[in-house]
Design a protein around this ligand. Sequence first.
Ligand SMILES: [Zn+2]
Ligand SMILES: [Zn+2]
Ligand SMILES: [Zn+2]
Length: 164
Amino acid sequence: MTFHPAKHRHTACLSSAKNRLIARAEQRSRRLGVNDKRVFEVLLSEHRSFSAYEVVAQDADAEPTNKRLQANQVYRAVETLIELGVAHRVESKNGYMACHAPDTCSAHQILICNSCDQVAELEHSKLDATIQKSVKETGFIPEPHKLELLGLCPNCADEQTTKN
Ligand SMILES: [Zn+2]
Ligand SMILES: [Zn+2]
Ligand SMILES: [Zn+2]
């Protein structure tokens, strides 16, 4: 999966991701709490990484009548979403993103835009194998997480070239 263009049918992304969450929860007989859904709703709103603070703020904007989410409720909800495989941690941004894989996520890398926080998942197992091999030679045991690459997304790169 690559970066989504600024204009795309995001409603299609939303509905498939939501269906996937429901299916996953059913498979594992997990009951989804209302906070799980609220947090997922925020993560799904854009293809970017959100910090816990941003989740709280955006949720409050979207549903001003709801009781404000607490940070620990956000952490608990993202744990559930990550466990169910519909969200990922974005370590380098200290944030979280929704996963839009059609089924089981097989991406090995996350590309993260430094300018707008847009994210894209990349399925490049050769790169992963090469890194694993080199790391193994050092005797180091890395934690299982996706490799994160920081840079500029195509939209921001375009903007920069037009500015200069
Ligand atoms: Zn979308
Ligand atoms: Zn994914
Ligand atoms: Zn960008």
